[in-house]
Design a protein around this ligand. Sequence first.
Ligand SMILES: [Zn+2]
Length: 155
Amino acid sequence: MTVKPSLVPCRTCGREISIEAATCPSCGAPNKWIHPKIEHFLTVKDSTGVTQPFTFNYEKLKISGKTEKKVPRWILWISILLFLLLFIPIALLGTVGLAFGPIGLVAAVVVALVFRFIVQAVFAKNKTFSMDFQSNSWISNDDEFWRPVKALLTE
Ligand SMILES: [Zn+2]
């Protein structure tokens, strides 16, 4: 368990300042202290192959990251297959001329876009993690994805 330090050295003049201080009362420099493990992590993060930006919380004892929302690939493929299974019979019920004419094509595009929107809204997920050095707790919704990050932060 890592206890939150109350005093940290100022990066500019070296004087001990409160961890909560926004600036150093002695020299006025901004308080740039972050947890040493986070600092180390940031210098070696490129080795993890994870390109997402990382963010700190206010106290700089917590680091977190998240990916863009993405639909898992297998759900995407199933969606395309489902769309084709639904659309082709419907198209073939009409005349072939209607199905593959301008109206049919516009209808197909509109239905595909609506379908895609629904799939995106229901299945798109972020992969997130958060490491809190105050309580030494690691939380993520995809340990496999964040494994190199977790290894560096919890070692
Ligand atoms: Zn200072």
